[in-house]
Design a protein around this ligand. Structure first.
Ligand code: COA
Ligand code: AMP
Length: 633
C-alpha cells in the first residue's frame, strides 16, 4: 500500500520542476522565474533562474500586509538573563527596516558582505533579516569561536561591516566578544570599514573611535529601508563550516530556492501551520539557527522561540518544559545531547510533572546520531513522537526525515527514516555502485541537489567540486557512511572524514591537529574523536614531543589545551591531551587514527596489515587506559 509520503516522494523525483514550481507559489515573487531548474552550467545547478524576490519581504512584510501584523513573530526567552521579550510581525519588520537603514547609512548595498558575531539575541535575528532586506550577504559566526577563526572568516568573506555583541553570557561567566573581535580585525588582511556593537548590559565594550558605532546610535540616525529585489539565485548568506583542514568552507545559500524549501518543510517535514509556535533550540551561528530559528518559521508565518539558555542549569533540567508550556510550543527541534543532559540530571523526569505539555506534539532531533536509549527515554517521558532526522550545513534543510506533514511513518530507532522529497539518496561503494540493502557505504545524493542546498562554495567553485562532487561522479558526497535497510529506511553511522560531532557541533580534528602541532614542543600529534556519554563525541589529543624537551609533561598538556581554546574556541571542547613516545602509523607514514579511536572506545579491531610497528598500539592502549578510556566492552 502506498502512503502519501511515497506518492509525494515519487513525484518530487519524477517531475522535480513541476513539484518545486508548485511549492514556489507559496512565496511572493517580484518577477517569476524563467526556468525552475537551470542545468545550463552543470554541475553548478541553479533553481528559479530569472526569478526576483526578497527574503525579508517574505519573512516579515508579507505577513504584516497579509493580516499577521499583530501576531507574535519572535519570542526571546532568555533564562540566562531572566528576560522574556515578544516581537509582533509589525514590530520585528519595523526594527529590521530601521536597522537595514543603519547598515545602508554605512554604505552597505546589495551583494556586500556583513559579518555577524553575536550572542543569541533578537538583535542577531534583526541583523540577519536587515541584510536580507538590503540584498546584502550575511555571514554569522558562532560566538564560541575564538579570534583566529573569526579572522579566517573575515579574510574570506571580506565584510564591509561587522555587527557584534559586546559579550555573550554562558553559565557562570560572561564571554567578552568585543576584545576577540578587535584582535581578529587587527590581524585580518581585509578590514571592515565599520563595526556596529550591540552593547549588552552585562558587559559594555570599549569602542574604537571612528570605526565602532553603538547599535542604539546607528538606529537612532536611520530611516527605515525598503526591501531590495534580488535575483532568486543571488546569495542570501555564507555560513562557514568545518572542512577536513583548519580552513573552513564557505557554504553559500541562495534566496529563491532556500525560501521555497524552508516554507515547504515547515508544513511537510515538521507539521507546523502558520500561527503555530515552533522552537528550534540552537544558535543562529549554526545552520539550524539560520533555517529554523529565523528564516523557516518566519517565511511560514509561524511564531519562533529564540532561547538563550542551556537544557540544564539555567536554572534546572525543567527549563525546556517550562518554555514549551509558557509559550504553547507545538513542536521543537534540538540535538540529542540536550536530552542526554536532561536525562542525566533528571533521569526520572520529575521536572516534567510540574508542567502542562498538552500543546506539544512532536520532538525532532538532529545534528548528531540519536542513540536509541535517549530516544526511548524521551518517548517514554514526553509521550509524543520523537523523530530523528538528518541533514548538514551544506543541505540547509532536512535530507532524511520522518515527514509529519505527509503522514508520520513507523519509527525505527537509530534511523532518521527516509529521504525527504527532492533528495535521491543512495548508498554507494567506492566504485560508485549502489550497495545491497544492509551494506554500509557512502551516503550520497544524486545530482541535482534539490533547491535550498549549496549551489557552490563562496568564491571557490573548484573547492565545491573537489570536496563534494568528484569522488562519486554524478553524486554529491555527504561524507557520512551508513546503510539503507530493505524497507528504505536509512541509518547514518559515522563520518568518512576527520569531522567529529561534539554536542551537536561540527568540528574538524584536522583543524585541531594543526593547532596542537604549532606548539613549540610538539614534534607530531594526532587528534581523534572518542565516545562521550553526554556530548556524543569529544576530541582527544596525542602529542609526541621534540627530542630534548625535558619540561614536565602536564605543563605542556595544559598549554596545548589552552592553545586550542584560544585558537579555535571553547566550543572545540578540547580538554584532554596526552604525551606519547610514538604514534602508530602505516609503513607509508599514515597515522592510524581509526584504530586509535577503536582502542579508545573499547571496540574490537584488527591490527592493520600495513602497520609499521604493532607494539605502538599497546603503548597507545596503555596511555588511553590511564585516561580512563580503552575499557573492554
Ligand atoms: N559563546 C561563547 N562560548 C560558548 C558559546 C557561545 N555562544 N556556546 C558555548 N560556549 C562555550 C561553553 O561555555 C563551553 O565552555 P567551557 O569549556 O568553558 O565550559 C564550551 O563552549 C562548550 O560548550 P557546550 O558545547 O555548550 O558545552 P557545555 O558543557 O557548556 O554544555 C550541553 C553541554 C549538552 C548542555 C550543551 O552542549 C547543549 O546545550 N547542547 C545542546 C545542543 C545544541 O544546541 N546543538 C546545536 C546544534 S543543533
Ligand atoms: P552540520 O553540518 O553541523 O549540521 O553537521 C552535519 C553532520 O552531522 C552530518 O554530516 C552528520 O555527520 C551529523 N548528523 C547530523 N544529523 C544527524 C543524525 N540525525 N544522525 C546522525 N548524524 C547526524
Amino acid at each position: 500500500m502506498t502512503n502519501r509520503y511515497d506518492e509525494v516522494y515519487r513525484r518530487s523525483l519524477d517531475d522535480p520542476e513541476g513539484f518545486w514550481a508548485e511549492a514556489a507559489r507559496d512565496i511572493d515573487w517580484y518577477e517569476p522565474w524563467d526556468k525552475v531548474l537551470d542545468d545550463s552550467n552543470a554541475p553548478f545547478y541553479r533553481w528559479f533562474t530569472g526569478g526576483v524576490v526578497n527574503t525579508c519581504y517574505n519573512a516579515l512584510d508579507r505577513h504584516v500586509d497579509g493580516g499577521r501584523a499583530d501576531q507574535t513573530a519572535l519570542i526571546y526567552d532568555s533564562p540566562i538573563t531572566g528576560k522574556i521579550e515578544k516581537f509582533s510581525y509589525r514590530e520585528l519588520r519595523d526594527q529590521v527596516a530601521v536597522f537595514a537603514g543603519a547598515l545602508r547609512n554605512l554604505g552597505v548595498e546589495k551583494g556586500d558582505r556583513v559579518l555577524i558575531y553575536m550572542s543569541l539575541s533578537p538583535q542577531a535575528a534583526i541583523a540577519m533579516l536587515a541584510c536580507a532586506r538590503l540584498g546584502a550577504i550575511h555571514s554569522v559566526v558562532f560566538g564560541g569561536f575564538a579570534a583566529n577563526e573569526l579572522t579566517t572568516r573575515i579574510n574570506d568573506a571580506k565584510p564591509k561591516v561587522i555587527v557584534a555583541s559586546s559579550c555573550g553570557i554562558e553559565p557562570g561567566r560572561i564571554v567578552a566578544y568585543k576584545p576577540l573581535l578587535d584582535q581578529a580585525i587587527e590581524v585580518a588582511t581585509e578590514k571592515p570599514t565599520h563595526c556596529i556593537i550591540h552593547q549588552r548590559e552585562q558587559q559594555v565594550a570599549d569602542m574604537v573611535l571612528g570605526r565602532d558605532i553603538d547599535w542604539n546610535d546607528a538606529v537612532a540616525n536611520a530611516e527605515p529601508a525598503e526591501c531590495v529585489p534580488v535575483a532568486a539565485t543571488d546569495p542570501l548568506y555564507i555560513i562557514y563550516t568545518s572542512g577536513t583542514t583548519g580552513v573552513p568552507k564557505g557554504v553559500v545559500r541562495d534566496n529563491g530556492g532556500h525560501m521555497v524549501v524552508l516554507k515547504w518543510s515547515m508544513k511537510n517535514v515538521y507539521g507546523i501551520d502558520p500561527g503555530d509556535v515552533w522552537w528550534a533550540a540552537s544558535d543562529v551561528g549554526w545552520v539550524v539557527g539560520h533555517s529554523y530559528i529565523v528564516y523557516g518559521p518566519l517565511v511560514h508565518g509561524a511564531t519562533s522561540v529564540l532561547f538563550e539558555g542551556k537544557p540544564v542549569g539555567t536554572p534546572d533540567p525543567g527549563v525546556y518544559w517550562r518554555v514549551i508550556e509558557e509559550h504553547g510550543v507545538k513542536a521543537m527541534f534540538t540535538a540529542p545531547t540536550a536530552f542526554r543532559a536532561i536525562k542525566r540530571d533528571d533521569p526520572k523526569g520529575e521536572y516534567l510533572k510540574k508542567y502542562d505539555l498538552s500543546k506539544f506534539e512532536t520532538l525532532f532531533l538532529a545534528g548528531e546520531r540519536a542513540d536509541p536509549d535517549t530516544i526511548q527515554w524521551a518517548e517514554d517521558k514526553l509521550k509524543v513522537p520523537v523523530l530523528d532526522h538528518w541533514w548538514q550545513t551544506e543541505t540547509g534543510w532536512p535530507a532524511l526525515a520522518n515527514c509529519v506533514g505527509l503522514g508520520t511513518l513507523p519509527v525505527k530507532h537509530g534511523s532518521p527514516t527516509k529521504p525527504v522529497p527532492g533528495y535521491d539518496i543512495q548508498v554507494l561503494d567506492e566504485n560508485c555502485n549502489r550497495v545491497a540493502a544492509g551494506d554500509i557505504g557512502a551516503i550520497s545524493v544524486k545530482l541535482p541537489l534539490p533547491p535550498g542546498c549549496l549551489p557552490t562554495l563562496w568564491h571557490n567553485d573548484d573547492g565545491y567540486i573537489s570536496s563534494y562532487l568528484s569522488e562519486f561522479p554524478g553524486f554529491y558526497k555527504t561524507a557520512d557512511a551508513g546503510y539503507e535497510d530493505e524497507n528504505g529506511y536509512f541509518y547514518v553511522m559515522s563520518r568518512t572524514d576527520d569531522i567529529i560531532n561534539v554536542a551537536g557541533h561540527r568540528l574538524s580534528t584536522g583543524g585541531m591537529e594543526e593547532v596542537v602541532a604549532s606548539h613549540q614542543d610538539v614534534a607530531e600529534c594526532a587528534v581523534i574523536g572518542v565516545a562521550d556519554a553526554l556530548k556524543g563525541q569529544v576530541p582527544l589529543g596525542f602529542a609526541v614531543l621534540n627530542a630534548g624537551v625535558n619540561r614536565p609533561e602536564y605543563e605542556i598538556c595544559v598549554e596545548i589545551v589552552q592553545l586550542v581554546r584560544d585558537t579555535i574556541g571553547p566550543v572545540a571542547a578540547f580538554k584532554i591531551v596526552t604525551v606519547v613516545a610514538r604514534l602508530p602509523k602505516t609503513r607509508s607514514g599514515k597515522v592510524l587514527r581509526g584504530t586509535m579511536r577503536k582502542i579508545a572506545d573499547g571496540e574490537s579491531f584488527k591490527i592493520p596489515a600495513t602497520i609499521d610497528d604493532p607494539v605502538i598500539l599497546d603503548e597507545i592502549s596503555d596511555a588511553l587506559k590511564e585516561l580512563g578510556y580503552a575499557k573492554e566492552k
